[in-house]
Design a protein around this ligand. Structure first.
Ligand code: PHE
Length: 370
């Protein structure tokens, strides 16, 4: 029998009909098994069309070629056999073997010998990781996390932190300002925050003392990019306000935090410094955690690394908050604040020599921290 056609009928005797239909049945079973081997829903459909297709199906051809043209006497014999053929085909179509060979997937659509699609796992960026770890140190000391906007007003970034307009300390934070703000009063003009300290004021305006918050986030300064400077960088800030907070609380808190983060053998030392919003102010150095203070490349052979700025909250700052929260009365409460650059800490910790790597998004660099 040809692929397309059906066998020739060589007579209408019972024998000849038996032979012809036996051959058809063999063909039905063979094509069904053939389709099973392919095991796809396409194969089942092709099998159905081959036999039951309305226009080209073989049953249709049998009916045209054998039944319709048969002499009247032979029609009953042919019809009986013909009628038995259709259920045989249909029983194949409902046969459970189809589904057990290929329940859900097309076998030919999957080559199980091919390597799978490789999806690399994501990992924390070294900067984010450092921030999380440092923030966690303060959270364990009972600090909660504060957040604030990266686009700030002149008032929150400077004025309320005791940098009046024209104050020279503004020059230490070369500021990126938002364009076309000149018609607004200075205090409302927008800029990219130069430090996380404005969140101190925003937090105190929202809640009365006591306050213990740690703030992490992005800050911007108009610094020319080089190996250690980037116009975008990150800070972690802390603020503690309560009754009877003293400079020794500040020293104890930072000493403990540095030991937690860098290791218990690290020492801290405090030097006088200046920030408009703290009085007195200090810069803090830690003994080099890499060489134990003996001197190495990371501490530039000094044994010490300068890490943060801090001080007691200047009473003038509480004065700015009092309009909204009268409980910030500098006669009754006191506090300390500190701020540190995360990028430098991350670079030191991971031995990264160029800050721009933290912002390049180069997967070959980032993969090393996965
Ligand atoms: N905001 C200061 C800076 O960016 C750091 C600082 C924060 C100093 C809090 C003292 C207290 O330089």
């Amino acid at each position: 029998m040809s692929q397309e056609g059906i066998p020739q009928l060589d007579g209408y005797s019972e024998d000849a009909l038996d032979r012809a239909f036996a051959e058809l049945e063999k063909e039905v079973d063979a094509s069904a098994l053939e389709a099973t081997k392919r095991g796809t829903s396409d194969a089942v459909e092709e099998f159905r069309l081959l036999w039951l297709g309305r226009k080209q199906g073989r049953l249709k051809q049998v009916s045209e070629a054998w039944l319709k043209s048969a002499p009247v006497e032979a029609r009953k014999s042919i019809g009986l056999r013909f009628n038995a053929l259709k259920p045989r085909i249909e029983s194949w179509l409902v046969w459970e073997g189809w589904t057990s060979t290929q329940p859900t997937l097309d076998a030919e659509a999957i080559d199980v010998t091919l390597p799978g699609t490789h999806r690399a796992l994501g990992a924390e960026h070294p900067l984010i990781k450092t921030m999380h770890e440092m923030v966690a140190v303060f959270q364990r000391m009972g600090y909660s996390v504060g957040v604030g906007p990266e686009v700030e007003t002149d008032y929150y970034n400077f004025e309320s932190l005791n940098f009046p307009p024209g104050h020279p300390a503004r020059d230490t934070q070369d500021t990126l300002v938002v364009a076309n703000q000149d018609r607004k009063p200075l205090r409302d003009r927008l800029l990219m925050r130069t430090h996380t300290s404005p969140v101190q004021i925003r937090t105190m305006e929202q809640q009365p003392p006591p306050v213990r918050i740690v703030i992490r986030g992005k800050v911007h300064r108009n610094d020319a990019a080089d190996a250690t400077h980037s116009p975008i960088f990150h800070q972690i800030e802390g603020l503690c306000v309560d009754t009877n907070i003293t400079f020794s609380d500040l020293k104890g808190t930072l000493d403990h935090a540095m030991k937690e983060f860098f290791g218990s053998s690290v020492k801290t030392r405090f030097f006088p410094s200046f920030f408009p919003f703290t009085e007195p102010s200090a810069d803090v150095q830690i003994s080099c955690p890499f060489c134990g203070g003996k001197g190495c490349r990371k501490c530039k052979y000094s044994g010490w690394i300068e890490l943060l700025g801090c001080g007691m909250v200047d009473p003038a700052v509480f004065g700015f908050v009092q309009g909204k929260q009268p409980a910030y009365d500098p006669k009754k409460i006191s506090g300390f604040a500190f701020g540190m650059g995360v990028d430098r800490i991350a670079m030191m910790k991971y031995g990264i020599s160029d800050i721009s790597l933290l912002y390049s998004g180069d997967a070959r660099f980032l993969e090393q921290f996965a």
